[in-house]
Design a protein around this ligand. Structure first.
Ligand code: NAD
Ligand code: ZN
Ligand code: ZN
Length: 336
């Protein structure tokens, strides 16, 4: 099978011909139809984060495909079923976090395309329990971005505890942001989209943002203050400066929801304002299998729209460059 492999950090991925993997106990073999390109895959290929993947590895955690074979002891999946391979590739099912509904915090977790091989390949093996059925009626092209960009922003806004009528500022209208705008609207918020590209802001307005701010032209803190400030600021752009702007745009009682994962990983937050204004700073990591199912259900009900363009796996390196240059209309998805 063909796979895009990271053999060295910060080097182009290599398209390699490798053996189709065999599903082990509790695993399924999936023939991929699509896989979205998340900015996380770029961080992974660059070795941006403190915990690095072991080289060589295959990225990709927005995989969608058909179950082609079952490993031993798999009873909950059937051959021919369409499933998604999310970032949460495995969790233990028994720890405090797994049993209280926070499986994405499991310390035994495996992450697709990071600690285990992912879906930038024609085939992948994955835990039968952690792949998620894709409802008939959702295309493989739409399902891919929902599997990470969708669930991550849906969950991040759920933990923000939005009250309808609150202002939600979404910083970064990329793969994640274009879905965040829609979920914030569904939750009843007034949405302020912030990006540095006018095309992204046009898209944010088309998807329901009432206000937009081009942070390359205006100071977003001032612009959001003129709109009365943000109750929730969702950070989806991978730059510490944006976290600080998002913090500064909050009203009293505001919530800073940290989602992006920049390589330079510290932000400077004033303690005095945090305390006096009663601000919450919350980290949010992807979502549970149930969150993914809810994201799929919303899409099936016609409440969300996925904006994506397809690329071939051979285009992986130019596709990553396109994402980094912010010229992509929301998501790029590899089609096999
Ligand atoms: P993306 O590249 O598609 O989107 C980023 C957007 O930010 C782009 O539209 C870009 O134009 C915009 N941007 C860049 N600089 C900006 C600035 N100064 N102000 C405002 N906007 C700016 O990336 P993505 O795939 O949406 O991922 C975003 C981040 O979220 C990445 O760091 C990724 O690793 C992280 N992520 C986190 C989780 C999680 O569970 N916490 C899940 C998925 C992705
Ligand atoms: Zn992702
Ligand atoms: Zn666990």
């Amino acid at each position: 099978m063909k796979a895009a492999v990271v053999t060295e950090f910060n080097a182009p991925l290599e398209i390699e011909e490798i053996d189709i993997p065999t599903p082990g106990v509790g695993e399924v073999l999936i023939r991929l139809e699509t896989c979205g390109l998340c900015h996380t895959d770029i961080h992974a290929a660059h070795g941006d984060w403190p915990v690095k993947p072991t080289l060589p590895f295959i990225p990709g955690h927005e995989g969608v495909g058909i179950v082609e074979a079952l490993g031993p002891n798999v009873t909950d999946r059937v051959i021919g079923e369409r499933v998604a391979i999310p970032w949460l590739g495995f969790a233990c099912g028994e720890c405090r976090y797994c049993i209280d509904g926070r499986e994405t915090l499991c310390e035994q977790q495996q992450n697709s395309g990071y600690s285990v091989n992912g879906a930038f390949a024609e085939y992948a093996v994955a835990s039968a329990r952690f792949v998620i059925p894709v409802p008939a009626g959702i295309s493989a092209l739409d399902a891919a971005p929902l599997t990470c960009a969708g669930v991550t922003t849906y969950k991040a806004l759920r933990v923000a505890n939005i009250v309808p009528t609150e202002n939600v500022a979404v910083f970064g209208i990329g793969g994640l942001g274009h879905l965040a705008v829609q979920y914030a609207r569904i939750m009843g918020a007034t949405v302020i989209g912030v990006d540095i590209e006018d095309e992204k802001l046009d898209l944010a307005r088309e998807l329901g943002a009432e206000f937009t701010v081009n942070a390359a032209k205006l100071d977003p803190v001032d612009a959001i203050a003129e709109l009365g400030g943000a109750d929730v600021a969702l950070v989806l752009a991978a730059s510490p400066k944006v976290f600080e702007q998002a913090f500064a745009s909050l009203k009293r009682g505001g919530r800073l929801i940290c989602v992006a994962l920049p390589a330079e990983g510290t932000m400077s937050i004033p303690i005095f304002e945090t305390v006096l204004k009663g601000i919450s700073i919350i980290g949010s990591i992807v979502g549970t299998r149930q969150d993914v199912a809810e994201v799929f259900a919303l899409h099936l009900a016609g409440k969300t729209k996925v904006i994506a363009e397809t690329r071939t796996l051979e285009q992986v390196n130019t596709a990553m460059a396109e994402v980094l240059s912010s010229t992509v209309p929301a998501r790029l998805v590899f089609q096999f």
